[in-house]
Design a protein around this ligand. Sequence first.
Ligand SMILES: *Cc1c(COP(=O)(O)O)cnc(C)c1O
Length: 225
Amino acid sequence: MIVERLAAIRQEIRLAAEAAGRDPSGVRLLAVSKTVDADAVRAAYDAGQRDFAENRVPELADKAEALPPECVWHLIGHLQRNKARSALAHAAWVHSVDSAALIERLEAIAAEDGRLPTILLQVNLSGEATKSGVGAAAAPALLRAALACPHLRCRGLMTMAPYAAPEETLRAVFGGLRRLRDRLQDDTGAALPELSMGMSGDFRIAIAEGATVVRIGTAVFGPRA
Ligand SMILES: *Cc1c(COP(=O)(O)O)cnc(C)c1O
């Protein structure tokens, strides 16, 4: 099942990229394995999947230790500062960076432990109070804080769209993240190539709006228990 679902999603990613006039190799598929057992993750690994994402640090640590070291792990959930060291021990990417205090902590740990994690700044463009991330107005200061850190590779932005929203809302959120990224690049001269946006229900629209990373759980592993 997982093998077939992965193949179908890769095909859909390819079609969505081509429809947008984009090179499909510019869209990275993250298999979101939160709540999924290690055997299912292994099945995805055996089908060639290498990028996996978790939203909680203890579960990330358990699965990263159970799976082969070729896997690339991504943390996509809110990160508390006291879990930052364990997060960086396992995740090559942190998508959910949303405060200057967290940036400071990640930089200190990365320097101590000799790591160069990739980080993305999480932005909340939907205004939903339930979603974490900074508002667009706070993004420039957060970016400047990240760019000042020699051990953090700040490579772009991440967002979550409202669940099951109409297409025009999704386009506004995803297009808004892309335009914010463009402005931040112009203002700072930094390279911010990555846009982590799009989940099982909305990744086609996210790709049309420029997503370079799509985070897909349910459509790969089936509904979560
Ligand atoms: C769970 C989760 C996803 C994947 O959601 P699906 O709808 O199962 O594809 C993507 N991003 C984040 C931040 C998540 O927490």
